[in-house]
Structure formats: structure tokens, C-alpha cells
Design a protein around this ligand. Structure first.
Ligand code: ADP
Length: 721
């Protein structure tokens, strides 16, 4: 009985303890409410350990999503903590991998000790984990213990589920929060960017408006013409100057590509350049002629620039047209004058040079390079110039250059060059020194190739000498007649005087005084005849002319004496007027007489056609104001017309059947060789006056007396029938 009572009392105690533990477990669930997964998983084994007499308590829970340990072990002091792994391993190897298939009780032997193990799943299939409690007691778990464990496990399962839910909710809420705040931040940033962009755009638009109105102001106030185009190249506006120049309205100008505003010759190129620029957005720059309101085309430089907005898009094209007509014309003038200069140099065989006296730098024109036979691109230097000079003229060139270096400003001389083919070139050099503002001296000059002229002069002189000789021979017949005539008179006088003398001497008594007088006259006539012959011989002799002092009156008198009988035969009434105190002239007396004779003969021949009036011929000499001595031969013959006057002195010009036309031409070359002048004038009345003037003799002429002049020019008329 006692035993039963004791057992009953122990049972009551046991039940009481169990009741207490159950109440404890209920408080646990109140404590778990709102708790975290980890907290629940940790406290469950701890709580059970205080209530149960076990050797180990193991909890393997599902992932709570918040980093809780997946396995928790509570060991009795006798069992090492590290053995929990062995226990799990033994459980898995004995009961298999699937927790759902595990039984609620099992026996596990560790190190030879048998443990009764209670296995309680958290959740129907153990989805929240599994609680393993082991004891050496074979009756474990008792009924109460099972009750406690299952209540604790159920409570824990509910709490864990709630905790999991809560955790998921919290995570979701926090994720949502994060996403909301992220999105809010993003939206705020987008808003700010938009706001900034709008402000920026407004500012840009305002600036554009300002700049456009400024541009318009500027465009109207610049002196050039301005046209504004759309990005596609359509005309949008033009400035006032444009309208004023072109006389076109904006509407009219819009048709520029099909109108005559741009010069038709320039239009195709303008359209090409303009279209290309519109296509590529590249600025353009060209020159073309544009029509002014009065129809005149002027040259313009046209520069087109795109006007871009902040994003670099073209919003307008500005074209500035600058009037460059003057410049173009000046360029054209320069180009033409350069062309003329080059052509002039080529035609006149004249090259030009510049010589920097301080540095000896030489520049030759193209023509001068040609004259010097320098290869293209030769750098001209004093040395290679000297190479081309004829050795005999080198000293002269050196002296001329030295004179320029010593301050001579102008020089003119002729010099010979050695041609590459060995031929000699004659060049005439004319040089002038320029004094530059900075003190530099530069010698500019022209070099003319006069080789052809020299050769022509030489051959002309030869021809002329030959011609003169031929004419002289041709004239010999005439001269023979004239000698016979001129000498006939003194001869007749001599014969008459000689017979008078004889008669006087043979008279009784002899008339000695009379005979003496007639003998003297005989001698005088003899001398006259000799003189006539001497003069005529001299006239036809081939000798070099010399400058001498000549009395022109005296020379003329002798010619008159020679022609006297001819003139009388031609019924020409000759009047002579010799000026008193006429100075001597410098010139060969015979040559001057040839000129006088030619003028007198021409006049007498001109008069031969006159039959309706007396034939008058006047020869006079006079001293002119410029100290030149002049001789004039005036006749009242038929004279000459205006057109003929130009040609009178040309060689071979003649109006006479038997004429040669060289008399006046040779006369001119004689007179000019004495620095004189010969001319012809039509008279107020009928006839013509031919005259020449030569300088009076001066001291300086003495020096040149010895100089040999041009070859003798003999002139005679061809014999007349
Ligand atoms: P030529 O006497 O052989 O014709 P010139 O040279 O002496 O050659 O004269 C050229 C021409 O000038 C003459 O043919 C003549 O037509 C004209 N002439 C010269 N002297 C006179 C003159 N005194 N009156 C009119 N014509 C003249």
C-alpha cells in the first residue's frame, strides 16, 4: 500500500512537474511571438534541456533566410560537443537522407552505448527542421516527455513559421523600401536633369534670340552685302545693303539660281560650290560677278558660314559678299601690264635687271636670261655675267660697274657678249641707280640686244657706199659734159686772150701794157679751168670725210659757179642771198657741197616743168637763233603734196622717170652725221623750200676733227634725156 501510495505520489509529482513544464512552454511561445528565427531555434533546445533528462539534444532547422545556424546541439556534459556530427552521420546512415521518412523513435549506438532517440519533425514533413533528443534510458521518452517534446516542437514550429513569415515580410518590406527610395532618387535625378535641360534650353533660346537680333543689327550695319539662307539653302533674308546694290526684292532674290543676278559665266560654278557647302556643312569661299541694279556686273568675294546651335546643328547660313571689283581690275591691269612688259621685252629684245649694290645680288628678267643664254633656273651672279662678256670689253664693264659703285647714277654703254655658238652679241646697257629710303642702293637697268641693228647698220653702210659709187659712175657722163662746158668758157677766154696778146705784141709799136693785161687774163682763165677740174675731181674722188672748218657761203658760191651755165640753159632765174658774218660750220666741205648741189639740181629739175610763169630759184644762207647755220633753196615749181612730204627723204622714193630716189636720203645722212637737220616745206605760193641747218663750229669740235666719219656719200642725178 505504501508502495502504491509512494508511486501515486511520485506520479502526481511527475504530472505536476509536467504541468509546470507545459506552462513554461506556453510562456515560451508568448516569448517567441514576434521573435526572430535564430532566437526561436536557439531557445527551443535550451528550454527542453531544462525540462528533460537527456544526453543530447540536436536541432537541425530549415534555412530561416536570415543566416541562422542550420544545426544546433546541446550535449550532456559527458558527451563531447564535437560528437554532434557523429550523431547526425549515424542518423543519416541508419535512417536515410529523407527526414520525412524518419520514424519518431529509434535506437542509436555510439561508442558501444545505446541511446533511445526521439525524432520530432518541425512541420508536417519536417520542412522547418527536426529535433533529435537522445538518452541512455531505454524508456526514453516517457509519455510526459513525449508530450513535452511534441508540445514544444509544435509551439516552435508555429513560432518558426511565423518568424519565417515575418522575416520574409520584413525582407520584402525592406526591399520595397530600398526600391522605392532608389526609384525616388532616380526620379528625383531625372527630374533635376530635365529641369536643368529645360532651363538650359530656355537660356540658349534667349541667347539665340539675343544673338539673332544682334546679328540682324550687325548684318544691317556692315558695309558688305549679306544674305541669310536656311539650312537647306533657301533664301531667308538679305541686309539693306544687299537690296540697295541689287535692286531686288527678297522674293526676286529667292530666284537667284535661275535669274541673271550672278553673271551667267560664273553661275554654274557658284551653284556647284553653294550646293556642295549646303550638303557638307563646310564653309565656302568663291569669287563671282554679281549684277548691280543698273545692270553692271561687279566682282565679289562670297564667303558663306554656317551658324550652329548648342548641339552643333546648322540653323542658318550667312553669306557675306565683299566688293573686290577694284582689286580684280587692278590685278587684271597688273597681269596685262606684266604680259605687255614680257611681250615688249621679247619683241624689243630688251631684258631688265636689278643689281643690289651693297650685296651684289642680281636679278634678271626672263628675256635677259635669254639674251645672256643662261639656262632656266641659273642663279645670276657677277661671276657668271663676267663669263659671258667679250674679253676685249671686260675692262670696260669693270670700269662701268666701279663708276656706279662710286656714285654714278646713270650710265649708258654698249658691250659685246660671247654667244654659246661663238657668235658675238652687241648689247646696249642703260642703267639708273635708285636710292632706297633705308639707304640701300639698287641699280635698275635695261639691256637691249642690238646685234641685228649693228649688223644691219654695217650692211647698210656697205650698200650705201656701193650705191654711191655706182651713182657716181653713172653720173660720170653728165659730169664729163659739165666739165667740158665749164672748162670750155675759160679755154675760149684763154685762146681769145692769147691771140689778143699776140696781136698787141706784134703791133708797131707793140702794146706791151695791153699784152701784159691780156697775158694776166690768160693766166686767170687757165687757173679758173684748173680750179673747176680740181673741184669736180674732188667731188668724185672716194675719200673719207673729215670734220673741218667750212665757210658755207663760200662752199655754196662754188656750187653755184659749177651749176651756173646749167641753170641758165634751163632758163632758171637764180637769186642768191649770202648772210653776212656767217660763222664757220664743222663738216666736210665737199660733202656739204654735194648736199647743196643736190638741192639746187632738184629745184631746177622741178622748175623744168613750169612753163606758165618765170622759173624762180632763191638760195640763201642765215644764222639761226640757236647758232645753227642754215641754207635754204626755194623754188616756185610744182612743189609736193602732204602725203609725199612724209616720203621725200626715204631712200628710193622718186617721182622722176630717170630718178633714183637716193639724193635726199643720202643728203639727210650727211647732214645728220654733222648733228644737223634737213627738212622740206611747201611754200605759201607755188613751189617748195628745202633747207638744212648744221651747228656752228666750236672749239670742242677740234677734238673730234680726226674722227673718221661715215663713208663718203656721193650723190648725182641720173642723166636726163
Ligand atoms: P631723185 O631726184 O632721184 O628723184 P631725190 O631723193 O633727190 O631723188 O628726190 C626724191 C623726190 O623728192 C623727187 O623724185 C621729187 O619727187 C621730190 N623732190 C625733191 N626736190 C623737190 C622740189 N624742189 N620740188 C618738188 N619735189 C621735189
Amino acid at each position: 500500500m505504501m508502495m502504491e501510495l509512494e508511486r501515486a505520489s511520485a506520479e502526481v509529482d511527475g504530472l505536476r512537474r509536467c504541468m509546470n513544464d507545459l506552462v513554461g512552454l506556453l510562456t515560451l511561445s508568448a516569448m517567441w511571438a514576434g521573435g526572430s528565427f535564430a532566437q526561436i531555434a536557439n531557445t527551443l533546445p535550451d528550454a527542453l534541456r531544462t525540462m528533460l533528462d537527456v544526453d543530447f539534444l540536436l536541432l537541425r532547422s530549415a534555412d530561416g533566410g536570415d543566416g541562422i545556424p542550420s544545426a544546433i546541439a546541446r550535449m550532456a556534459d559527458a558527451i563531447q560537443f564535437g560528437r554532434s556530427q557523429d550523431i547526425w552521420q549515424a542518423l543519416y546512415s541508419t535512417l536515410g537522407e529523407s527526414l520525412a521518412a524518419w520514424p519518431q523513435r529509434a535506437v542509436l549506438t555510439l561508442d558501444g552505448i545505446a541511446f533511445s532517440v526521439a525524432l520530432l519533425r518541425l512541420g508536417m514533413q519536417g520542412e522547418e527542421g527536426i529535433l533529435v533528443a537522445g538518452s541512455r534510458r531505454p524508456q526514453f521518452p516517457s509519455r510526459e516527455e513525449r508530450l513535452l517534446i511534441s508540445v514544444a516542437v509544435n509551439q516552435a514550429t508555429v513560432a518558426l513559421k511565423e518568424a519565417r513569415l515575418l522575416s520574409v515580410q520584413r525582407r520584402l518590406a525592406s526591399e520595397l523600401d530600398t526600391r522605392v527610395s532608389q526609384r525616388t532618387a532616380e526620379l528625383a535625378a531625372t527630374n533635376e536633369a530635365l529641369r536643368r535641360e529645360i532651363a538650359e534650353r530656355r537660356r540658349a533660346e534667349a541667347a539665340l534670340r539675343d544673338s539673332e537680333s544682334n546679328s540682324r543689327l550687325i548684318v544691317d550695319s556692315i558695309s558688305g552685302l549679306v544674305a541669310i539662307f536656311t539650312p537647306l539653302g533657301e533664301v531667308e533674308a538679305v541686309n539693306n545693303q544687299f537690296v540697295k546694290y541689287s535692286g531686288l526684292t527678297l522674293e526676286e532674290f529667292k530666284q537667284w539660281a535661275t535669274s541673271d543676278f550672278v553673271h551667267p559665266d560664273d553661275l554654274p560654278q557658284v551653284i556647284r560650290d553653294f550646293t556642295k557647302a549646303i550638303g557638307t556643312g563646310e564653309p565656302y569661299d568663291f569669287e563671282a560677278r554679281m549684277r548691280r541694279s543698273d545692270g553692271v556686273y561687279r566682282w565679289f568675294q562670297v564667303r558663306g558660314l554656317p551658324f550652329r546651335d548648342a548641339s552643333n546643328g546648322i540653323i542658318r547660313w550667312y553669306a557675306l559678299l565683299t566688293d573686290i571689283d577694284e582689286r580684280r581690275r587692278a590685278e587684271e591691269r597688273i597681269r596685262r601690264s606684266e604680259m605687255f612688259l614680257a611681250a615688249g621685252q621679247r619683241i624689243s629684245l630688251t631684258g631688265t635687271f636689278s643689281w643690289r649694290i651693297d650685296t651684289d645680288e642680281m636679278t634678271f628678267s626672263e628675256e635677259l636670261n635669254r639674251i645672256f643664254e643662261f639656262e632656266d633656273g641659273t642663279a645670276v651672279s657677277i661671276n657668271n655675267i663676267v663669263d659671258r662678256i667679250h674679253p676685249d670689253d671686260l675692262a670696260m664693264l669693270t670700269e662701268k660697274m666701279e663708276q656706279v659703285r662710286n656714285g654714278l647714277d646713270n650710265s649708258e654703254y654698249e658691250i659685246r657678249l660671247k654667244g654659246r655658238d661663238g657668235a658675238i652679241k652687241h648689247v646696249r646697257v642703260t642703267a639708273n641707280v635708285i636710292h632706297h629710303g633705308d639707304g640701300r642702293l639698287e641699280c635698275l637697268g635695261a639691256v637691249q640686244d642690238v646685234t641685228q641693228r649693228r649688223l644691219a647698220e654695217e650692211s647698210r653702210d656697205e650698200v650705201r657706199t656701193e650705191l654711191a659709187r655706182v651713182t657716181r659712175i653713172m653720173s660720170l657722163g653728165t659730169m664729163a659734159a659739165s666739165i667740158a662746158h665749164e672748162v670750155n668758157q675759160p679755154l675760149a677766154g684763154i685762146v681769145t686772150n692769147a691771140s689778143t696778146c699776140l696781136r698787141m705784141l706784134s703791133a708797131d709799136p707793140p702794146n706791151v701794157a695791153g699784152a701784159l693785161e691780156t697775158a694776166r687774163r690768160t693766166i686767170r682763165d687757165g687757173n679758173r679751168a684748173a680750179d673747176v677740174i680740181a673741184r669736180l675731181r674732188a667731188l668724185f674722188r672716194k675719200k673719207a670725210a673729215v670734220v673741218e672748218k667750212t665757210d658755207l657761203n663760200e662752199a655754196a658760191r662754188e656750187v653755184v659757179a659749177l651749176l651756173w651755165s646749167d641753170l641758165r640753159r634751163g632758163k632758171v632765174d637764180l637769186h642768191v642771198k649770202y648772210a653776212d658774218d656767217l660763222p664757220l660750220v664743222s663738216g666736210d666741205r665737199i660733202q656739204l657741197q654735194q648736199v647743196i648741189m643736190n638741192l639746187l639740181r632738184n629745184a631746177s629739175e622741178a622748175l623744168s616743168s613750169v612753163s606758165d610763169r618765170p622759173r624762180h630759184l632763191v638760195m640763201r644762207t642765215e644764222l639761226q637763233r640757236d647758232r645753227n647755220v642754215c641754207l635754204l633753196v626755194e623754188d616756185n615749181g610744182p612743189g609736193f603734196g602732204d602725203q609725199e612730204r612724209e616720203r621725200l627723204f626715204q631712200a628710193f622714193y622718186t617721182t622722176k622717170e630717170q630718178g633714183m630716189g637716193i639724193g635726199l636720203s643720202v643728203s639727210r645722212s650727211i647732214i645728220e652725221s654733222y648733228k644737223g637737220r634737213i627738212w622740206a616745206m611747201a611754200n605759201d605760193g607755188p613751189g617748195a623750200t628745202f633747207a638744212f641747218s648744221v651747228p656752228a663750229y666750236t672749239q670742242t669740235d677740234i677734238a673730234s676733227e680726226a674722227i673718221s666719219l661715215a663713208p663718203v656719200h656721193v650723190l648725182r642725178k641720173a642723166e636726163r634725156p
